[in-house]
Design a protein around this ligand. Structure first.
Ligand code: DAS
Length: 448
C-alpha cells in the first residue's frame, strides 16, 4: 500500500487527472487493482486510482472500534421494543474472501448486530438462526421454517421480527410469509420485515447496515399491521443508490429489478408504505400519506397467533410466452404431473395462440393444447409493471374463454405465483382466489 496507507485509514488525497487536479476523501479499502488505491467515498461508492496519480494530503488511522458485545451479552435495554432477527443468510450475512474475491455466506446472526451496534438503541434484540443460505437456494420448506419461527417469536412476546434474507428471491419469500399470515383473514401480532443487502456487510459500500437499521426500526416502532394493505410483511431496502433513506415496501408490491444497484428493489404498481430516514445518527420512520389515509379508512383485522403453511409437494411449472413457446413445453409439463402452469404473458398478458397469416400452425396447436388442459393455468406479466388485463384485446378475451386465469392481477408477478401455491396448498378454489384481493396484494393501478 502506498505511502504508509493502510486499509481502514480515513484519507484526503490530491488526484492528478487528465482534467487537472482534484481532491477526494474517503476510507482506504483493499486495492481492487495492482498499483492502485481503492477508496470508499461518502456516497457509498468505491473508486480506484493509480498510485502514481495521488498525493496523500492527510491520513488518519480509524480508531479500532471496540468490538461491541455479541447480542447474547450486549447491554440490552429492556425498556425498548423486542425484535427477533430470524437469520437465513444472503449477502447481508456474507463477507468478501479477499484472497478469492468471492462473497460467501458465513455470518452468525449475532455478528450482524456487532457490525451495527446502533441497532441496540432501537430495540432489545434476539436472534434465531435458520441457516446461512443464498436465497436462490431457498424452497417452500424454508418458507415453512420461517413461518414457524415468526409464530414462535410472537408467542415469546416479541414486538416485531426481522428476517435477514438473500436479495435474489427476497420478494418471493416475503410474499409467501404475507399470504401465510394474512391469506385467509389473519393478521400477525406484530410487524415482520424482510431485509437483505446488495453489497456484503464487510465492504465499505455495503447497504447492509442502513437496510438492517430500517428493518429493525419498522419491526420495533412501526404501526400494528392492518392485514388488509399488504402490510403484515414488508421489505426494507435502500430508497436510492445513495445512503440516507430506506423504503418500507409492501411484500407483494415490490420486486428486485436490478442485479447490483443498492436501490434494486422498486415498488410494483404502488408506492412504498413508509420511509426510514437515517441522517447524523438520527433514525426517523415516516409513514407515507397514502398508507396513513388507507389505515384510517379500513377496519384492521383481528390479531391472530397462527399462520398457514405451504404444501411442499406442490409443483408449479412456469414458462415464458414469446416466439419460442410451443406445445411441447405444455405437454412436457402435463406429462410430468404438475399441479399448475404459470405462463408469463407478453404485454397485458398475451400468448402466441392465433395464426392470422396462416403460417404459424404451432400457435393453433398451443391454443388447442391449453384449451384441453384441466389444471389451473395462471397468466402473469412479463412487463412486471402494470396489470394483467385480458379485456382489452380480442386475444385476451379468447384466453379468458378457454379458462386462463390472471385477469386483473396487479401484484408483483412473483406474489401472484405464491398466491397460486397458497391456494393449491389449502385446496382453495383457484379461479375464485386468484380473482380476489386476499390481503391487499391487488395494488392500486390503472385498472381501478
Ligand atoms: N445470491 C444472492 C442471494 O442470496 C446474494 C444476495 O444478494 O443476497 O440472494
Amino acid at each position: 500500500m502506498a505511502q504508509g496507507l493502510e486499509v481502514g485509514n480515513r484519507v484526503r488525497l490530491k488526484l492528478t487527472t487528465l482534467d487537472g487536479e482534484t481532491e477526494i476523501e474517503g476510507v482506504v479499502l483493499p486495492s481492487a487493482l495492482p498499483d492502485h488505491i481503492t477508496i470508499k467515498l461518502a456516497n457509498g461508492y468505491n473508486v480506484s486510482h493509480p498510485l502514481e496519480s495521488i498525493e496523500v494530503l492527510s491520513s488518519t488511522k480509524s480508531e479500532p472500534t471496540a468490538t461491541s458485545p455479541s447480542v447474547s451479552d450486549a447491554p440490552q435495554n429492556q425498556d425498548l421494543p423486542t425484535v427477533r432477527i430470524i437469520h437465513t443468510g444472503g449477502t447481508i450475512a456474507s463477507k468478501v474472501d479477499y484472497t478469492t474475491g468471492a462473497v460467501t455466506a458465513q455470518f452468525e446472526p449475532s455478528e450482524l448486530v456487532e457490525h451495527v451496534p446502533e441497532l441496540l438503541k432501537i430495540a432489545n434484540l434476539q436472534v434465531h438462526k435458520i441457516g446461512n443460505m443464498f436465497s436462490e437456494d431457498i424452497r417452500p420448506n424454508h418458507w415453512n421454517q420461517i413461518i414457524e419461527a415468526t409464530e414462535q417469536a410472537f408467542e415469546e412476546a416479541c414486538d416485531g421480527v426481522v428476517v435477514t434474507h438473500g436479495t435474489d428471491t427476497l420478494h418471493i419469500t416475503a410474499s409467501a410469509i404475507a399470504f401465510a399470515w394474512s391469506g385467509q383473514g389473519g393478521n400477525p401480532p406484530g410487524r415482520i420485515a424482510f431485509v437483505g443487502s446488495q453489497r456484503s456487510s464487510d465492504r465499505a459500500s455495503s447497504d447492509a447496515a442502513q437496510n438492517l437499521i430500517s428493518a429493525v426500526k419498522w419491526a420495533a416502532e412501526g404501526p400494528q399491521p392492518t392485514g388488509e394493505l399488504s402490510d403484515a410483511v414488508v421489505v426494507s431496502m435502500h430508497e436510492t443508490s445513495d445512503d440516507g433513506a430506506c423504503s418500507i415496501h409492501a411484500a407483494t408490491g415490490v420486486r428486485k429489478l436490478h442485479s447490483s444497484r443498492r436501490d434494486a428493489f422498486r415498488p410494483v404498481n404502488t408506492t412504498p408504505l413508509a420511509t426510514v430516514r437515517i441522517e447524523n445518527k438520527l433514525v426517523e420512520l415516516q409513514l407515507e400519506g397514502h398508507y396513513q389515509e388507507a389505515r384510517m379508512n379500513i377496519v384492521p383485522r383481528t390479531i391472530t397467533t397462527k399462520a398457514d403453511r405451504y404444501d411442499e409437494t406442490i409443483v408449479i411449472r412456469q414458462m415464458v410466452a414469446g416466439p419460442w413457446l410451443t406445445t411441447r413445453e405444455v405437454e412436457d409439463a402435463v406429462g410430468s404431473n404438475v399441479d399448475a402452469l404459470v405462463i408469463h404473458g407478453t404485454g397485458l398478458g398475451h400468448l402466441p395462440i392465433e395464426n392470422p397469416n396462416d403460417d404459424a400452425p404451432q400457435n393453433i396447436e398451443l391454443h388447442q393444447a391449453l384449451e384441453q388442459l384441466s389444471l389451473p393455468i395462471l397468466i402473469v406479466n412479463q412487463c412486471i409493471h402494470g396489470p394483467v388485463n385480458m379485456n382489452v384485446y380480442s386475444k385476451g378475451r379468447i384466453q379468458q374463454n378457454i379458462g386462463l386465469l390472471g385477469h386483473g392481477i396487479t401484484s408483483s408477478p412473483e406474489a401472484a405465483v405464491v398466491k397460486l401455491h397458497f391456494a393449491l396448498s389449502h385446496q382453495l378454489d383457484v379461479p375464485t382466489i386468484m380473482g380476489q384481493n386476499l390481503l391487499g396484494e391487488q395494488q392500486q393501478t390503472i385498472l381501478n
